[in-house]
Design a protein around this ligand. Structure first.
Ligand code: ADP
Length: 410
């Protein structure tokens, strides 16, 4: 068999129950044994919560997820010879900590200790057409390799700044949070404390301009304190960086020029200082590509466009919503076909084919809008307190999608 056609490397995420105090290496041994004995197409078992005949796992483990799989996962094969990367962790139950400016009631940032319960599952529920997830993971592992090997940064430079840009509602902010969470799981061997520090850009560039120079310094001071903690890795999220440019523009038109420029420069200077640290990653997003400050674009190592979902991605997003409704018993359980199978069917009576047709009508909608559609469909046409059929639900979904598209074109 062609060695590239089989799975050769998989990452398994094992989440411990909150109350469990057992040593991780004990669990690791059992998980390893469980996987070595599997003979299944791995994509069929994305999450395991029941470990029938392994009481120690049942007692201590909340779930095991098969995350990244390198190689062809649809092959049936035993996992005897694959490289198994087992990541064991416990979720942090605390909510985000909010930071306010002392004298004003102004929310300037919030931060999470990762991996956090609130961010669990986000990564798997984001569906992109391009392989953004792998690209970004590879990027971070490369920054680590280069730092570990002490590559001279005067010869080869990198900034630890990533920019995601594209239309609103396409999952950029959610991806940044999910990515930070993913890193906290994947880098647990290196870093014992991973944090996500989310800066509220609107407050930085709000009417408190004249104060903001100081505010910026204060905010970054907090980030420095987190970075200095032993074993820490900090992801800084700056959402909607285009607000930086808005500030410069207003400076050009004469509105409070010196203060505005001072704020922007303060942010850029702080970013330059941060990039000298190995244990920090700056994630930023923008909804308006053209409006991002060139000085910021120059600093980004990766500028990733995140576009509106294709028909295939739409189908996957809607399927995941329907799966959830089937799981909780709002829609009667039926078999949902995946994209590669459904696009070969042309049976107009088949519900999956209907969903495929509806997906075509959703082109142009963002992920955010799509995830609202099933709720609106239910509220609009299905008033039953009992479980509805898949067919009935799709009828309602179709009508809602048509209504939404028409109202957008008005
Ligand atoms: P943006 O930052 O691009 O404006 P968000 O991250 O705020 O978008 O997205 C809002 C929500 O929309 C997400 O939490 C998610 O539920 C849904 N969503 C957006 N894009 C996608 C996608 N590509 N796949 C799945 N869900 C998505």
């Amino acid at each position: 068999m062609d060695p590239l056609s089989v799975i050769n490397n998989i990452h398994v995420e094992c989440c411990m129950k909150t109350q469990s105090t057992i040593r991780y290496d004990v669990i690791r041994e059992h998980v390893e044994k469980l996987f070595r004995e599997f003979k299944l197409p791995l994509l069929c078992i994305p999450q395991i919560t029941n470990f029938h005949d392994v009481p120690i796992l049942n007692k201590n483990v909340e779930y095991i997820r098969v995350s990244e799989v390198m190689g062809n996962a649809s092959e049936f094969q035993t996992l005897e010879n694959v490289i198994l990367n087992i990541h064991i962790y416990q979720l942090n139950e605390d909510d985000a900590i909010e930071e306010y400016q002392d004298d004003e009631n102004l929310l300037t940032a919030h931060h999470w200790d990762l991996p956090a319960r609130a961010l669990d599952g986000l990564w798997d529920n984001l569906i992109f057409d391009e392989n953004i997830k792998t690209r970004l993971l590879e990027y971070v592992f490369t920054t680590m390799l280069f730092s570990d090997r002490k590559v001279n940064t005067n010869i080869i430079s990198w900034n630890r700044v990533v920019l995601l840009h594209g239309p609103p509602g396409t999952g950029k902010t959610t991806f940044c949070r999910a990515f930070a969470q993913k890193l906290s799981i994947r880098l647990a061997d290196r870093y014992s404390h991973v944090k996500l520090f989310e800066i509220n850009s609107h407050s930085l560039f709000s009417k408190w301009f004249s104060e903001s120079g100081k505010l910026v310094q204060k905010l970054f001071q907090q980030i420095y304190e987190l970075i200095e903690e032993e074993g820490s890795f900090v992801c800084v999220l700056i959402d909607e960086v285009e607000s930086l440019t808005a500030v410069r523009k207003s400076a050009l038109t004469g509105a409070e020029p010196s203060d505005a420029v001072r704020v922007v420069n303060a942010v850029l200077t702080q970013i330059d200082k941060l990039k000298q640290k190995n244990n920090v990653l700056i994630l930023s997003t923008s909804n308006i590509t053209e409006a991002i400050d060139i000085a910021f674009i120059d600093r980004a190592d990766i500028k990733q466009y995140v576009g509106l979902p294709s028909r295939q991605a739409i189908y996957a997003i809607l399927s995941s919503c329907i799966q959830e409704l089937m799981k909780v018993g709002i829609i009667m359980k039926e078999n949902l076909l995946d994209w590669s199978t459904v696009k070969l069917t042309n049976d107009f009576e088949d519900s999956n084919f209907r969903l495929y047709t509806i997906s075509g009508k959703c082109l142009g909608m963002s992920g955010r809008t799509l995830r609202k559609m099933p709720f609106l469909a239910y509220a609009r046409s299905i008033h039953s307190k009992n479980t509805t059929t898949f067919k009935n639900f799709l009828k309602a979904l179709d009508e809602t999608v048509i209504e939404e598209s028409t109202s957008r074109n008005l």
